[in-house]
Design a protein around this ligand. Structure first.
Ligand SMILES: [Zn+2]
Length: 382
């Protein structure tokens, strides 16, 4: 652990870091009345301070989406028993989730087992399965072998690939000990097979850029980095930089223009939508989904609304972790013009959300039409 990080954690615990000892941002340079004055009471920690909002404005909670939704980024519990399927299905009914893509990809027997269990249940038209790829220990010949497995899984009923996890790019090593780069030519046959089979490749690349930055008091994700050791990618001897990784990713997408790519989490560019827009402009084969980045959309409702309208044919709804009570936050941001309401996870964001008030025609594309367009295997009806 870097020494600087330890000092910051200890400082936060003992509440002894004087305000002046912290570097200040550009907006805070001018002296203000009371500069240098110290609070008379012990300041609360980042975990303690939860001011009650006194703002009184209309509020329109949305427990159920206005149109049927395909969750492109589903991670339900394993769909191997009728009980599990019924439990997830009942939660989906109440949220107006019509179809869930099981993006916890499975392969071989496990895939066949889940497809059989779903087909035997009363929710058989409500789930589709993606397959997974084993990208560990890639060496000469791996590409053809993985492509063959992919083809077999699609024959067995998988309708897409993914979610390919962040280990690919961040940490997976090849048999020769080097990091497996996202655009390693060994894997070309895999991506070309997906193109030939006309199935999308759903890929999670990296993590928020702040996870690659120094863990100081200017880092927007300080709390998350302090809570989760496995999200710290500051060590360049072990991890590529955010820019190195995204450059590999963009070369990969550009080299396989016939493959339908769905980059997860808005490519971790929800805080810079213009950058994602440039990717959409230059890569007609690229789509993205909104899982786990609602905090960034809800803090820029006007920019996000314009972006969603402009790229309405390229965006998909996805949630990521399956917590039924969290979906309504997405409905409320997308469907209403509500102001300054709570988000659900303090370590993602310490700020409030605002509604984007998306038009119905755009909502329908993002909620289900675009997913159906790129995954013909999603059941119609309902
Ligand atoms: Zn995921």
């Amino acid at each position: 652990m870097p020494r600087r990080f330890i000092v910051l954690i200890v400082g936060a615990l003992t509440l002894n870091v004087p305000a002046a000892a912290q570097e200040r941002g550009p907006g805070q340079l001018r002296p203000r009345p009371g500069t240098g004055r110290q609070p008379e009471f012990p300041p609360p920690t980042i975990l303690d301070y939860h001011p009650r909002s006194t703002l009184v404005v209309p509020a329109h909670p949305v427990p159920r989406a206005r149109f049927p939704v395909v969750d492109f980024h589903g991670h339900p519990p394993a769909l191997t028993s009728e009980e599990a399927i019924n439990r997830v299905g009942a939660a989906m009914d109440s949220l107006n989730l019509q179809v869930m893509v099981n993006a916890s990809g499975s392969s071989g027997d496990r895939l066949i087992q889940q497809i059989a269990a779903v087909n035997a249940s009363r929710y058989k038209d409500r789930f589709v399965m993606f397959t997974t790829l084993n990208l560990r220990d890639v060496g000469p010949g791996s590409g053809t072998r993985i492509a063959a497995q992919l083809e077999a899984d699609v024959k067995a009923g998988a309708v897409g690939v993914g979610e390919i996890g962040k280990g690919f790019g961040l940490s997976f090593r090849k048999t020769d000990g080097t990091r497996l780069k996202l655009d390693d030519p060994e894997l070309d046959p895999v991506w070309e097979t997906a193109a030939r089979l006309k199935i999308p490749v759903f890929i999670h690349v990296g993590d928020p850029a702040e996870f690659f930055q120094p863990i100081d008091y200017q880092n927007e994700r300080w709390l998350e980095l302090a809570l989760f050791p496995d999200r710290r990618y500051q060590d360049r001897s072990r991890f590529p930089s955010f820019e190195e990784l995204t450059a590999e990713r963009d070369r990969l997408f550009a080299r396989h223009p016939r493959t339908i790519w769905v980059v997860a989490h808005l490519g971790w560019h929800a805080n810079d939508l213009a950058r994602l827009g440039r990717m959409f402009d230059s890569m007609p084969n690229l789509y993205s989904e909104v899982g786990a980045v609602l905090y960034d959309l809800g803090r820029q409702p006007r920019t996000a609304r314009e972006f969603f309208i402009k790229y309405q044919d390229r965006l998909l709804f996805g949630k990521d972790s399956f917590q039924p009570d969290e979906y309504p936050y997405y409905w409320r941001v997308f469907e209403t013009n509500d102001e300054y309401f709570d988000y659900y996870r303090d370590y993602h964001a310490f700020w409030k959300l605002y509604g984007m008030g998306l038009p119905d025609s755009v909502l329908q594309k993002i909620y289900h039409e675009n997913a159906r367009k790129i995954v013909p295997g999603i059941p119609r009806g309902g």
